[in-house]
Design a binder for this molecule. Structure first.
Ligand code: ZN
Length: 129
């Protein structure tokens, strides 16, 4: 049987073996995880441990956008975006936990310990302080 392509999408889908849109989403996630690893941002925001595989990698939000005052603004705010294990993300969405300042201080401390185990100095910060 001869293959007859109706349009460009059908041709793309046929050659990729999956829908072009699905392949595109997959590529974006692979790329994001790749860049997160390269930049040391492959640490789960929720449990503060390394995200090992793209399968458990998810885009998360520090401040929950759902039921917020301006959901679309909170959702698209890149400063609000973090990465987390998919399971941690789902667990957190169920709990809808609000993070307080003490949590953020602890998170920053653990992040620095992980990324700068030898206590690399930060600007305006003295070692041992
Ligand atoms: Zn986690």
């Amino acid at each position: 049987m001869k293959k007859k392509y109706i349009n460009g999408n059908a041709k793309k889908n046929s050659q990729l073996g999956i829908k072009h849109g699905t392949a595109n989403n997959k590529l974006r996630k692979l790329l994001l995880f790749h860049l997160a690893k390269k930049s040391g941002m492959d640490m789960c925001f929720r449990c503060i441990s390394k995200i090992e595989t793209v399968k458990e990698f998810s885009i998360d939000h520090k401040v929950n956008w759902l039921d917020s005052e301006n959901p679309i603004e909170v959702f698209l705010d890149v400063e609000n975006v973090v990465f987390s294990h998919l399971r941690c993300n789902i667990k957190s969405a169920r709990r809808n936990k609000i993070r307080d300042d003490a949590y953020w201080l602890e998170y920053d401390k653990k992040w620095k310990e992980k990324n700068y185990p030898n206590g690399r100095k930060h600007r305006g910060e003295k070692k041992g302080e």
